[in-house]
Each structure stands twice: as structure tokens, then as C-alpha cells.
Write a protein that binds this ligand. Structure first.
Ligand SMILES: [Zn+2]
Length: 494
């Protein structure tokens, strides 16, 4: 970026980069190594850093306005402006008092939610969720929207995404998934349960398996750490330092392994962004949906192929002695079990999106005021019955299972389905250039990584998610490739 005014803007942005870096370390430490009683002071520090960022961001306004007037901006320059303008606009439109209220209630609600989930008691949580819904609705009003108020909230997680698009995506997905699921449960080779689900593993052995898997996937050793947390996550500190976590539940080894592959997909996205973007607003993934497409690509489209099972089977046998009683084919079926389950994070490729459409429909109604919070649990259960034909055993396994709402993250869930849809679109596009399954069979992950670097990763946030899709596919979110992929895999027909 050669322009003088832009250089000035990028230099002025560096303290914000540093504050984001600090927040990322806070977040990682909070979830991994911080002692329990550190929570209060950490919350204080996090809030102060967030305020510093907000104050500092506002000082960039004159520079942003100045650069905006310049002619002949290149893609990167336009990207920098797009990202900064979005951040600035949020702080200009949403008053500090509302931000503060949201921060306070969500900090409290997260603790209450944990307790409510443990006791399976929704009433404990009701007044907090009511307040959060009310504040999120106020936030949507401040931000402004066209059509449904939920659009304003969607945009915070996925730039320019609207309910019209999400509705279209689900109406193309849901009936097809139902049809495939029905057939799979009656006539396919994929089981609904497997003895390997119940076999216990030693944590050290599993840790070795996970490190080996990361090695197979080509994670650069000097650029990451893997630690343990309650919920697996990835956080990027910089383009050279990404942290992932996993968990060890002690049985059913695939859960820990697939969470590692999933987070590795997020991590590779961050690590393969062009180094010239470091310390700029573009040094990160462009959206949650695109990020999730990367984690799903590695977890499902690569990691759940027969070829991947064959590739890692000898290594698995080496560390997990109990596998001597199971051949490659049995392990492959265990990796690809299909069973409607009330828990989202335990869902398979075929049932996962039902969990999302349910949450999406309910959130939309809550934000529009069509449904009251106290009515939500029964609506949840009705929809579970409608989409998956099951009834959650308890509220803890039903409406209280996710952390998102207590953290104020309403409008977040659709990005998970978007990620699934995009991962299959990427597979389709990739197949023009190479054959995925034979590449996996030969263990040439570097070929897949390089393709993703060139076509998705290198730009960071230079292009908005919609611009990126237009560039890569020439079209926007379509569920057709995902349906085709699932049909081929689970029914063996195009
Ligand atoms: Zn993810």
C-alpha cells in the first residue's frame, strides 16, 4: 500500500491491532490456564481494554474520512476502509451505555446459564435471557436494518447476510436432508451406534494421536500450541501464532480427534494469510461463515473420507491398542455414524443443520417479539420433534445446551450452516483443479493447503464474504453442492 494517507491510517491502526492481540491472549488464558478466582480481575481488564479500543477507534475517523475521498483505490485499500468503516459505524451508532449494559448482563448471564444448565432449570435463566433479547433488539434498532430486525444482528457476524438468504438456504437444505436422513436410517451402511463409542482411552495416548494428526495435516510446528479447554476453540494471536484447544472426555476417541481437525482448519486459515497484511485490519479471516467453511472442510470433507481413515489407521493402531480388534472399515463407519441426537455439538454431518435451523427460527421470532422467552423451551422441543423426530431428555440437553445466548450472541448460529454450505461449494470448485480423494489417499495435504491458501486464505479480510464468493464461485450461497455431496456419500448416488 503505497499511498501516503493510507500509510498514515495503517500506522494509526497499530495500537488497535495491539489491543486486539492483548484481548486474544486474555481470552485464551481465561479458557485454559487462569485460576478460578482470576475471573473478576480478568473481566475488569477486558472491559478496560474494550473501552480503550472503542475510544481509540473513534480517533481514526478523520483519517478514514480522508482516505475515503481518494481515487483509484486498489482491492487492499478498499478492504482496509471497508473493515474500519464497519467497526467505526458500530461504535458511532450504538451508544456506550448500551454496550456497557450488554457487557454487564452477559457477564452475569453466563454464570447464571451455567447454573441453570446444571440444574436443568430454565426459570432461573429466563429474566436474563429476556433482558438480553430486549437489549439485542435495541441494538438492532440503533444499528438500523432493511426488512427484519434480525438482519442487523446477522450482519455483526456475517457481513451483509440477510434472513431472505438464510431462509432460501434452509428451504433448499431441510427437505433434502430429511429425505437423505430417512433413507440412511433404513438402508445405508452407516450405523447409528458403534462399540468404539464406549471404549475408554488414556489421555496421553490420545494427545499423541492428536499431535500426529496435526502433523499429517501439515500444521507448522513453530506457529501453534494445543491446550485443553471445556469447549474447543481457536484464537489467532498473530499470523505466526495461533492457539487451538481440544478436550479429552476419556471415551469415544473420535470426539477429541475431530475437534482437533476442526480447530486446525480454523488455524490454517489464519496462518496462511499473506504476511504483508500483518498488523493491518485485514490480518484475520473475513467472516465467521468463511472461517467455519475452513474448519468443516478439514473436519468433514477431508477428515471423514475413507481415504483419510486409511491414511491415519496405522498411526491410530500404534497409539490406541484397542483398535487391533477393529479394521479400517469399522473405524471408518465409526467416524461416520448417523444418529439424530438432541445435542448440537455431537451431531453428525447429516443432522447438524437441523440444529441450526431450529435455533435460527427461534431467534428470529424472539427478536421480532413473536415469541416470549418463557414460551421458548416448549417451542424448542416442538421443533426438535419436527426436524429430528426426538425429544430432549431435559432442558439441559435442550434449550439450555448452548453458551451463545448468554454471551449475547444472537445471530451467530446461521454462520455454522453457512460454513457447511460453503465447504461443499469449495469442494466443487477445488475438484476443477485436483481430485480431493486421491490427494488425501496419497497424504498430500500440502496440495490442499496450497489450493486453499491461493483461493481463500491469502487475502485475509481484503474481500467481504460476498465478494470472496463472487470471485471464487461466481455465485452466492447455494446449498446444492452440499446436498449433492451428502447424497453421494451417504446414499452413493448423485
Ligand atoms: Zn468452528
Amino acid at each position: 500500500m503505497s499511498n501516503h494517507a493510507l500509510e498514515e491510517l495503517l500506522t494509526a491502526y497499530r495500537p488497535i491491532w495491539a489491543l486486539n492481540h492483548a484481548s486474544a491472549i486474555f481470552e485464551w488464558d481465561t479458557e485454559t490456564y487462569m485460576p478460578l478466582d482470576g475471573a473478576k480481575s480478568r473481566g475488569f481488564a477486558q472491559a478496560e481494554v474494550a473501552l480503550m479500543k472503542q475510544r481509540y477507534m473513534k480517533t481514526l475517523e478523520p483519517l478514514i474520512v480522508h482516505v475515503q475521498k481518494l481515487q483509484d483505490l486498489g482491492d487492499r485499500e478498499r478492504g482496509v476502509l471497508r473493515v474500519l468503516r464497519r467497526e467505526l459505524e458500530y461504535y458511532q451508532k450504538v451508544p456506550p451505555s448500551l454496550i456497557e449494559e450488554l457487557e454487564k448482563i452477559t457477564a452475569e448471564a453466563t454464570v447464571v446459564w451455567r447454573d441453570a444448565r446444571r440444574k436443568s432449570d430454565f426459570e432461573l435463566y429466563t429474566p436474563f435471557l429476556e433482558k438480553i433479547v430486549e437489549l439485542k433488539r435495541a441494538e438492532a434498532e440503533k444499528l438500523g436494518y432493511v426488512g427484519h430486525p434480525y438482519n442487523a444482528l446477522l450482519d455483526l457476524f456475517e457481513e451483509d447476510l440477510t434472513t431472505i438468504e438464510v431462509d432460501r438456504m434452509f428451504s433448499g437444505l431441510v427437505p433434502e436432508l430429511k429425505r437423505i436422513l430417512e433413507k440412511v436410517t433404513t438402508e445405508s451402511i452407516f450405523p447409528s451406534s458403534h462399540p468404539l463409542e464406549h471404549i475408554e482411552y488414556a489421555r496421553d495416548d490420545m494427545n499423541r494421536v492428536n499431535l500426529e494428526v496435526l502433523h499429517v495435516l501439515g500444521m507448522p510446528e513453530n506457529n501453534f500450541r494445543m491446550d485443553v479447554s471445556t469447549h474447543p476453540f481457536t484464537v489467532g494471536m498473530s499470523l505466526d501464532d495461533v492457539r487451538i484447544t481440544t478436550r479429552y472426555e476419556g471415551r469415544s476417541f473420535r470426539e477429541s480427534m475431530y475437534s482437533v481437525i476442526h480447530e486446525c482448519g480454523h488455524a490454517l486459515y489464519e496462518l496462511q494469510i499473506d504476511r504483508s497484511l500483518e498488523y493491518t485490519p485485514l490480518a484475520g479471516g473475513t467472516s465467521l461463515g468463511v472461517h467455519e467453511s475452513q474448519s468443516r472442510f478439514w473436519e468433514n470433507i477431508v477428515g471423514r473420507t475413507r481415504e483419510f481413515t486409511e491414511l491415519i489407521y496405522p498411526m491410530l493402531r500404534k497409539y490406541l491398542k484397542f483398535l487391533s480388534a477393529y479394521d479400517e472399515d469399522q473405524v471408518y463407519r465409526y467416524f461416520n455414524m448417523v444418529r439424530p441426537n438432541s445435542i448440537r455439538v455431537a451431531a453428525d454431518e447429516l443432522t447438524y443443520n437441523f440444529h441450526i435451523v431450529l435455533r435460527y427460527e427461534l431467534e428470529k421470532k424472539l427478536i421480532a417479539g413473536d415469541v416470549r422467552v418463557d414460551e421458548a423451551p416448549s417451542i424448542w422441543n416442538e421443533m426438535m420433534e419436527k426436524y429430528l423426530g426426538i425429544k430432549p431428555k431435559s432442558l439441559a440437553e435442550g434449550i439450555l445446551q448452548d453458551v451463545h445466548w448468554s454471551g449475547g450472541m444472537i445471530g451467530y448460529f446461521p454462520t455454522y450452516s453457512l460454513g457447511n454450505v460453503l465447504s461443499a461449494m469449495i469442494l466443487d470448485r477445488m475438484q476443477h483443479d485436483l481430485d480431493l480423494r486421491s490427494t488425501v489417499k496419497e497424504g498430500k495435504m500440502s496440495v490442499l493447503k496450497e489450493w486453499l491458501r491461493q483461493h481463500v486464505h491469502q487475502w485475509g479480510a481484503t474481500y467481504s464474504p460476498k465478494e470472496l464468493q463472487e470471485k471464487l464461485f461466481g455465485e452466492q450461497y447455494t446449498p446444492k453442492p452440499l446436498v449433492r455431496y451428502l447424497e453421494m456419500k451417504y446414499l452413493g448416488e448423485p
